[in-house]
Design a protein around this ligand. Sequence first.
Ligand code: PA5
Length: 447
Amino acid sequence: DKIKFDYSKTAGFISSNEVLYMKKLAEDAKKLLVDKSGAGNDFLGWIDLPEAYDKEEFERIKKAARKIQKDSEVLVVIGIGGSYLGARAAIEFLRHSFYNNLPKELRRTPEIYYAGNSISSTYLKGLLDVIGDRDFSVNVISKSGTTTEPAIAFRILKKRLEEKYGRKEAAGRIYATTDKARGALKVLASEEGYETFVVPDDVGGRFSVLTAVGLLPIAVSGADIDQLMAGAAQGRKLAMESEFEENDAMQYAAVRNILHRKGKSVEVLSNYEPFMHYVGEWWKQLYGESEGKDQKGIFPAAVDLTTDLHSMGQFIQDGARIMFETVIEIESSREELVIEEEKVDLDGLNYLAGKNMEFVNNCALNGTLMAHTDGNVPNLLVKVPQQTEFYLGELFYFFEFAVGISGYILGVNPFDQPGVESYKKNMFALLGKPGYEDAREELLKRL
Ligand code: PA5
């Protein structure tokens, strides 16, 4: 089985001819990707990762994960953006819905928390409280090694580790994932003797989930990273080898560009499973950062359903008609819960007696899909066979490949992110960072 893209429900909005007319554009875009001849071609390392990953490092990741599982009750994963969202998406998708709250004997792997993804002292102090005096380790992840948010969190957590274990033992509990040669984190890691893992030069943050950036925390959580890579390899094979007509990633890229050209400027990614929430966050970064530039792009939004049908559902059904929706359907649920009959039908639910919740969720999905379509929101479907490592790996690759194609069709460089620098310059100037004196004067006048 495989990830499937289905646009059959968009019949009133798109004809199959239109998709065919995009074939040449999609094929040209694919050629740019595969031949590495397009804009941003020095950041295409992710294309071959599922096959050509560093096998020696992969084993070292597993070994480090086993050590952390053995000597730590808590792992803190420090990172932001592309150095954060992939790991969290995978762990939330793959592990128990209440992973950190499970009794130890049921979970058997460390609690996992995230830091360095905000500058909130309240959050970080809360995290220190949760760790308490328990044994913990830190995986600090930063490709550049200089990003402010994770650097601040790391400084604080490193101090806690050093106070608890002494400098030498603390160093044995710190795992740094960063550039192989450059950046402050690399310097610090070499100086202190941390175990290091590499973010390859040619893999940008938002494409890095299948490198050590994602793999170490995912492995610590007890998920099977071999299966994750195997699924990604299937995604790669299908994306690289299938003709346009059978190529789900290319078709998705083509269809979203057709809808964009018809005036749809927002894509809403919908899921019906809370464990999908962070896949939505990961997808938002992947699509937002890859396409939102040069005053162009589709704004990626995400909703959790049916939760948000009781809030954002109103807008999707009936508000400004600026959007299309991409629904992720998990075709078969991992758990089964049957709704039982009650003697007295006070809550009026006996008509569902004997049905499992998956059936109800599925009716909600199909009912919503038709309602939103009737409300003039074209609905696309991405079908994921099961909630497993294999299909998550394939899904990651599907979205990565599709955004490469889609960005080239749109006419942007999908692999840079010049826009994320502007806020940093202002923040550094306001903070008084050396080298930003002139900008500081200007900004203070404007405040
Ligand atoms: O995609 C990106 O480039 C960003 O989201 C980065 O991943 C994020 O800013 C973190 O950067 P770094 O890994 O260098 O700390």
